[in-house]
Design a protein around this ligand. Structure first.
Ligand code: NAI
Length: 296
């Protein structure tokens, strides 16, 4: 969106041309990919060099898959727009940084305090892809809470078009509007507005549904296959709730459930014991090769 008579370079898609992503896992790599595919310069900062290399390999594979399906013409060009680093300082010149590290409040607040010192542009936006941690907790870890908000993408990011925009009580309206412009005009996704409450719109509805399916399976009421095919064939869901939990990651599912339970104290949000045991065992779903199902 370009306002007439203004400097176009500062107004195109909220002026957010240089994008940083912290954490290049499932979500961070997807966010980096869609931002680079929109023509932006992207830097992915990971915790270690080997994690940065893994993020690069993940994005490369996804771009190649898109090219093979005829959905992308220049995978090398897109990859060339993405830098990878194990050093957070590589984000100093970014206009927008999207945090996508583990769903852990202490880790995220510590990271936001560090980003606040590193990201130099006074109008830069610091965003979180958190599924459930209050944006306000991250905002007050910085000296610029008016420029902090949630930009919550959905997995797989290159495929799903929804983004939840989550301003905290302290987020400036201009910040939300720049983020909206980036998401809608820049990335071509659909934004919905949510209050800063655990789970926002989608996970507040989806997580108790997944937890109910886990409890049903845990009680021996039905097999995983029957629960999932029941919802696929009987309710036209694209995949069943247990397969979906495997896709989200059981650690992330549990962490989101804990945040919802912490916020609302409703038993329907409490993670069932089986979910906790599976996470303890490292059976995290697709990304670990095994969860409710086994993956090749
Ligand atoms: P993941 O476990 O796949 O990736 C997390 C990445 O962050 C890892 O690669 C890890 O090395 C890196 N990391 C951890 N601490 C770091 C640090 N201090 N600095 C730099 N990198 C660090 O997790 P996933 O699934 O990508 O989730 C990330 C965030 O996105 C979480 O907040 C989660 O709640 C949210 N989310 C997850 C969705 C899903 O379906 N998995 C959907 C929407 C949001």
């Amino acid at each position: 969106m370009t306002a007439t008579g203004e400097d176009a370079t500062n107004t195109i898609d909220g002026g957010l041309e240089k994008v940083g992503v912290v954490g290049g896992g499932l979500m961070g790599s997807g966010i980096a990919e869609v931002a680079a595919r929109s023509g932006r310069s992207v830097v992915v900062a990971e915790a270690t060099q080997s994690a940065a290399d893994a993020a690069r390999a993940r994005i490369e594979k996804s771009l190649q898959r898109a090219a093979q399906r005829g959905k992308l013409e220049d995978p090398e060009g897109v990859l060339g727009r993405i830098g990878f680093s194990a050093d957070l300082d590589a984000l100093a010149d970014r206009d927008l940084v999207v945090e996508a590290i583990v769903e852990n409040e202490d880790a995220k607040t510590e990271l936001f305090a560090r980003l606040d010192k590193i990201v130099a542009a006074p109008d830069a936006i610091l965003a979180s892809n958190t599924s459930s941690i209050p944006i306000m907790k991250l905002a007050v870890a910085t000296s610029r809470p008016q420029q902090v908000l949630g930009i919550h993408f959905f997995n797989p990011v290159p495929v799903l078009s929804l983004v939840e925009l989550v301003p905290s009580l302290m987020t400036a309206e201009a910040t939300t509007e720049r983020a909206r412009s980036f998401v809608q005009d820049g990335l071509g996704k659909h934004a919905i507005d949510c209050q800063d409450r655990a789970g926002f719109v989608v996970n507040a509805l989806l997580i108790p549904f997944i937890l109910s399916a886990i409890r049903m399976y845990e009680s021996g009421f039905a097999s995983a296959e029957d629960i999932d095919s029941g919802l696929v064939r009987g309710a036209a869901h694209p995949q069943g709730p247990l397969a979906l939990a495997d896709l989200i990651g059981l650690d992330t599912t549990k962490a989101v459930a804990e945040s919802l339970y912490e916020e609302f104290k409703e038993p329907l949000y409490a993670p069932p014991p089986l979910l906790a045991r599976m996470v303890d065992a490292g059976l995290l779903g697709r990304k670990a090769g095994r969860g409710f199902y086994t993956y090749g």
